[in-house]
Write a protein that binds this ligand. Structure first.
Ligand SMILES: [Zn+2]
Length: 872
C-alpha cells in the first residue's frame, strides 16, 4: 500500500547551496565539531550545533545547518529518524523527520500500512477497526515555513525536534503519537531568504524581502498548488500525505503582517465550503482552541480566531487535507522583519476589540523572532499532547470521515465522473487523471465500451467512482463553485474571499468531464498512472498539417522551428488530404521527422501532404521566435508562473530586467516581449527606493516605456497579461478602452463590479491566428482582471456574451459590466501590435485550456515581425 521503501537515511549536510552558504556552513560545521566532540553520546541541542539559540535576534540557520542538525539528532536519538523525500527544484534535500517512541519507529512500516487502512475504511472489518483504534498511534504532520520569509517555523523545528527527542513528558506522549516534521516545505527558500537577510543585515535594507521569488518559479504561490501539483516540492509532500502516511492532522505554520494579532488560530472564518464534512470543521475548531488554550495557560496573549482565513478555498497545504478527511489547520504569527526584531507602541498595534475571538489582547512592545518560535513551539507541543490524550478519538474520527465520504458517494449525486478519450487535448486529460492519482484518488480505466446514464462511452474512458474515501477532493475540484455574496453589513461593501472563488479543473484545463447519476457498471482496471497513447503522422509528403487542438502541437511547432522548419497559420479554410482544414491550421514545412517523433512522444495525430494551398500573403515563421520575458524586482509570481508554463511548453525565451528594457534597441534583439501580470504602477516604478540596494529598485519608468513604444513602432509584438494590459494601454499607447481596471476616469469600481478569482465563458473569433485550434467558446480565468473594449483599428479576439452572465464557476457581482466586452484584444501600434489579455491565460499553471492563446500569440507576433524586418 505504501512506497516508502527506498528512502535513504540522510547523512550530514550536503545541500548544493550557493557559495555564500557554503562559506557560512564551513564555519558552522567546524564550530559544531568542536562543541559536539566531547559529548558524542549526548543528544545535541540546536544551540550547541548552530552556535546560537533558534530564534536569536538576527540569526538564521541555513538549510545546510538545518540538515546537519537534524542528521546529528537522528544519529543520537532513538526517537528521531530523518529521511530525504527527494531533491528540491534547486537540488537541496527535502527533509522529513519522523519522531516517535523508539518502539513505534521500529514498526514504522506496519504503522504506515495501518494508516493506509484507516484512510480507506473499506479495508477494515469491525474487529480490525477496534484493534487499530486500541493500538494505532495518532499521526500528525507539522509543516514549517512553506513561505520562506515566514521563516521562524524552520528555526523552531530544530528546537521542537530536540524537545521531542529529549523531554520526558513529550516522550511519554510519543508512545501514542507519530510526529512527521517537515522543517520546511520550501527548503530552497530558506537559503534564498536567509542569504538575502545575511547580505543586507545591518545595512539600510536590513529585514527586507529579496527582490526575487523565494521559490524558483512560484514564490508565495507554492501554497496554491496542492491539487495541481506543478512543483516538485508539492509532489514530495503530497506523496507523504496521500500515498505513504495518511496523517490524521496536518498543521501548516505561517506568519502574517506584524501590526495586529500575535497569532491566528482556528476556528477559521466563514464561508465553509459546502463539501466539507461538518465533523471535521468541529475538529478543526477543537484543535485550534486547544492550541490557543495552551498559549493562554503559558501567559501568551494576542491570539485571534475567525479572521481573514476562510474555509472556502481549495489549494492550500491546510485545505487539501480536509478534503482527504484529515484535520487541516494553520497558524499565522505576527511577523518580525525576517530575523530582526520590531517594536510596536500600544497605539501602533492594530488589533480587534476584545471579544470571544480575541480574548487576550497584546499590550505591544518588542516582538522578536524568538517570540514567534515560542508561540509556535507551544502550539506544536499542545497538538502533540492533544493527539496523545485523544488518540483513540482522532483515529476513530478519521475512519468515520472516510465512511461518511464513501456513503455520500454511494447515495448522493453524482455517483461518478467520466473522462472519455478523444478530447481536444489528450495530454490535459492524462494530466488531470494523474494529478488525481497522485493525491490518492482512485481512477479506473474502462477496458471495453459501456453505457452510463443512457450514453455510450468508449474503451479508455477514465472512471472516477465517488464511493471512495477522498470523494470530497474530487468533487470539489470537478464541480462548479458558487461562492456566496457576502457583505460587511447589509448594503455595505463586499467581503473579499481569502483567495479565489472558483477552481473547477475540467473547465480550466479544457477537459470534457461527464457526471453521472447512476452507478457505473463497466469492465474497469484500476490505474497507477495514466499513460498518454502515442500519436502519429499519416499521409505522404513533407508538409505537415497540425490542427493545433492540443498544447502538444504547439510544442511540436517549436521543435520544428528549432530543426529548421517553417510554420504558417492557414489564413483561410482549405481542403487537403481528403479533409477540410480550418483557418488557423498550423502548416509546417521541412520538419516531418521531428514532428513524427513529437507526435509519438506527446500523443497527437497529424496529417502530411505533398503540398498545401499556398497563400502568398500569409506570414511565415522561419526561425525560433526571439521572446523576451520581462522580470521586475517586485518578485512577480505571475512572471514565475509564465516562465514555468513556457518552459513546460518548450518555448525558449530570455528573461529581461528593467535595465535591459530601458537600454532600448529591443527590436534588434526580440520579436516578442511578454509583460506578465503586474499593475501599471508596479511596472512603472518597480521596487520602491529604500527597500533594496539601488540596483534592485525602480521599474521601467519612462525610458523603458519609450523603448517598448519604439519596439512596437518598429514592428515588434508586446503580449500583455492581465493587469499589464493596462500598462500597454496607458503607457505604450495601445488603443483599447478600459471598462474595468486601473484608475482612469469613468472606469467601473469595486462597488459596481467584482470577480476576485472566477471562471468565465467567452466566445472566440476563430478567424484570428491567435485563436488557432480553439473552440468557438472558451473558459478563461479572471482574477480581478481588467475589462476592455477594442478601439477603432483594433480587434477583439475573445468577447463576453451580450445577454446573461458569463460566470461558469466562482463569483461575479455586476455581471452586466461584462456584457459584450472584450477579453482578448489585438491593438495595433505603429508597424507592431499589442496583444492584450484581459484575463490570466496561464493562471498558476492550471489553465491548460488557454495556454494555447499565449503560445499562438507568440507565433503570431513572430510571423508578423518577419514581415517588418528586411532580410528575415
Ligand atoms: Zn504564509
Amino acid at each position: 500500500m505504501t512506497d516508502a521503501q527506498g528512502h535513504g537515511r540522510t547523512g550530514v549536510a550536503n545541500d548544493g547551496a550557493g557559495s555564500t552558504t557554503r562559506k557560512l556552513l564551513g564555519v558552522a560545521l567546524s564550530v559544531a565539531a568542536l562543541w559536539a566532540a566531547p559529548a558524542a553520546a549526548q543528544v545535541p541541542t540546536p544551540e550547541a550545533v548552530l552556535g546560537f539559540r533558534p530564534g536569536a535576534d538576527s540569526m538564521l540557520a541555513s538549510w545546510a545547518q538545518i540538515t546537519d542538525y537534524l542528521g546529528r539528532l537522528a544519529a543520537a536519538s532513538p526517537r528521531v529518524r530523518l529521511d530525504t523525500v527527494g531533491p528540491t527544484t534547486q537540488g537541496r534535500p527535502y527533509l522529513l523527520a519522523t519522531i516517535s517512541d523508539p518502539a513505534n519507529l521500529a514498526r514504522r512500516a506496519a504503522l504506515m500500512e495501518a494508516q493506509a487502512r484507516l484512510a480507506d475504511p473499506r479495508t477494515l472489518d469491525s474487529a480490525a477497526e477496534a484493534r487499530l483504534v486500541a493500538t494505532q498511534p495518532a499521526v500528525i504532520l507539522i509543516s514549517c515555513s512553506i513561505h520562506s520569509t515566514e521563516i521562524a517555523a524552520s528555526q523552531m523545528a530544530l528546537e521542537l525536534a530536540h524537545r521531542l527527542a529529549t523531554d520526558s513528558a513529550l516522550g511519554a506522549a510519543l508512545r501514542h503519537v507519530v510526529v512527521l516534521l517537515v522543517p520546511s516545505a520550501n527548503p530552497d527558500g530558506i537559503d534564498i531568504v536567509g542569504d538575502w537577510y545575511r547580505r543586507t543585515r545591518g545595512t539600510p535594507y536590513d529585514g527586507t524581502s529579496p527582490p526575487w521569488l523565494y521559490h524558483a518559479y512560484v514564490g508565495h504561490d507554492n501554497n496554491r498548488d496542492w491539487y495541481m501539483l506543478t512543483q516538485v516540492e508539492t509532489r514530495h509532500l503530497t506523496r507523504v500525505l496521500y500515498r505513504q502516511w495518511f496523517p490524521e492532522v496536518v498543521y501548516d505554520i505561517h506568519q502574517m503582517g506584524g501590526g495586529g494579532a500575535r497569532l491566528f488560530l482556528p476556528p477559521f472564518a466563514d464561508p465553509v465550503n459546502p463539501n466539507l464534512d461538518g465533523m471535521l470543521v468541529e475538529a478543526i475548531n477543537h484543535v485550534g482552541t486547544a492550541m490557543a488554550t495552551a498559549l493562554a495557560d503559558a501567559g501568551r496573549g494576542g491570539v485571534a480566531h475567525q479572521a481573514q482565513f476562510d474555509l472556502w478555498w481549495h489549494g492550500g497545504n491546510r485545505s487539501a487535507p480536509v478534503r482527504h478527511n484529515m484535520i487541516g489547520i494553520l497558524s499565522e504569527a505576527a511577523s518580525t522583519r525576517i530575523a530582526s526584531p520590531v517594536q510596536l507602541r500600544p497605539d501602533q498595534v492594530r488589533q480587534s476589540a476584545r471579544g470571544v475571538n480575541f480574548p487576550l489582547p497584546w499590550a505591544g512592545g518588542w516582538w522578536r523572532l524568538r517570540d514567534i518560535v515560542e508561540y509556535e513551539l507551544i502550539a506544536s507541543e499542545a497538538l502533540v499532547r492533544l493527539a496523545a490524550n485523544e488518540r483513540a478519538e482522532f483515529v476513530r474520527r478519521f475512519v468515520r470521515a472516510g465512511r461518511n465520504a464513501i456513503e455520500a458517494g454511494r447515495t448522493g449525486s453524482p455517483r461518478a465522473y467520466l473522462i472519455p478519450p478523444g478530447q481536444r487535448d489528450e495530454g490535459a486529460r492524462t494530466q488531470l487523471a494523474n494529478v488525481l492519482l497522485a493525491t490518492g484518488v482512485e481512477v479506473s480505466r474502462a477496458r471495453a465500451r459501456f453505457t452510463a446514464d443512457g450514453r455510450a462511452y468508449p474503451a479508455g474512458t477514465f472512471v472516477i467512482a465517488l464511493d471512495q474515501p477522498f470523494r470530497t477532493h474530487v468533487k470539489d475540484l470537478f464541480e462548479r463553485q458558487a461562492y456566496p455574496e457576502r457583505r460587511e453589513y447589509p448594503g455595505g461593501p463586499l467581503l473579499r474571499p481569502y483567495d479565489v472563488t472558483g477552481w473547477t479543473l475540467p473547465l480550466t484545463m479544457g477537459v470534457a468531464v461527464d457526471s453521472v447519476r447512476t452507478p457505473v457498471s463497466a469492465d474497469l482496471e484500476r490505474l497507477d498512472t495514466a499513460v498518454l497513447a502515442p500519436g502519429s503522422i499519416s499521409g505522404r509528403g513533407d508538409v505537415v498539417l497540425l490542427a493545433n487542438r492540443s498544447n502538444a502541437e504547439g510544442t511540436a511547432a517549436w521543435r520544428a522551428l528549432a530543426a529548421g522548419g517553417t510554420v504558417t497559420f492557414a489564413p483561410e479554410p482549405f481542403e487537403a488530404g481528403g479533409s477540410r482544414w480550418p483557418t488557423g491550421t498550423l502548416v509546417v514545412r521541412g520538419a516531418r521527422a521531428v514532428l513524427a517523433r513529437a507526435a509519438a512522444e506527446l500523443g497527437f495525430d497529424a496529417v502530411a501532404v505533398a503540398r498545401a494551398p499556398a497563400a502568398a500573403e500569409a506570414p511565415v515563421v522561419r526561425r525560433v521566435p526571439r521572446v523576451a520575458l520581462y522580470r521586475s524586482w517586485n518578485a512577480s509570481m505571475d512572471e514565475g508562473w509564465t516562465r514555468w508554463v513556457l518552459e513546460r511548453l518548450g518555448v525558449p525565451f530570455t528573461s529581461v530586467a528593467d535595465s535591459a528594457v530601458r537600454a532600448g534597441g529591443l527590436r534588434q534583439r526580440f520579436d516578442v516581449v511578454i509583460l506578465p501580470g503586474e499593475n501599471p504602477a508596479q511596472i512603472r516604478s518597480g521596487r520602491a527606493p529604500g527597500f533594496a540596494p539601488p540596483e534592485y529598485t525602480g521599474g521601467l519608468g519612462e525610458p523603458g516605456a519609450q523603448a517598448l513604444r519604439d519596439f512596437l513602432t518598429e514592428g515588434g509584438t508586446v503580449i500583455a497579461l492581465d493587469e499589464a494590459s493596462l500598462f500597454a494601454i496607458g503607457d505604450l499607447a495601445a488603443p483599447a478602452t478600459v471598462v474595468v481596471g486601473g484608475r482612469a476616469p469613468g472606469v467601473r469600481g469595486a462597488s459596481q463590479f467584482s470577480a476576485p478569482g472566477s471562471i468565465f465563458e467567452v466566445s472566440v473569433d476563430r478567424s484570428h491566428p491567435v485563436a488557432s485550434g480553439m473552440d468557438s467558446v472558451a473558459a478563461i480565468y479572471f482574477v480581478s482582471s481588467p475589462v476592455l473594449d477594442a478601439a477603432p483599428g483594433g480587434r477583439a479576439i475573445a468577447s463576453y456574451r451580450r445577454e446573461g452572465s458569463p460566470l461558469l464557476s466562482g463569483f461575479v457581482y455586476g455581471a452586466d459590466t461584462l456584457s459584450g466586452r472584450a477579453a482578448l484584444v489585438e491593438a495595433p501600434v505603429g508597424r507592431g501590435r499589442a496583444i492584450l489579455f484581459a484575463f490570466s491565460p496561464q493562471h498558476r499553471g492550471q489553465t491548460n485550456g488557454t495556454f494555447k492563446l499565449l503560445t499562438n500569440a507568440i507565433l503570431y507576433g513572430a510571423a508578423q515581425a518577419a514581415r517588418s524586418v528586411p532580410g528575415r
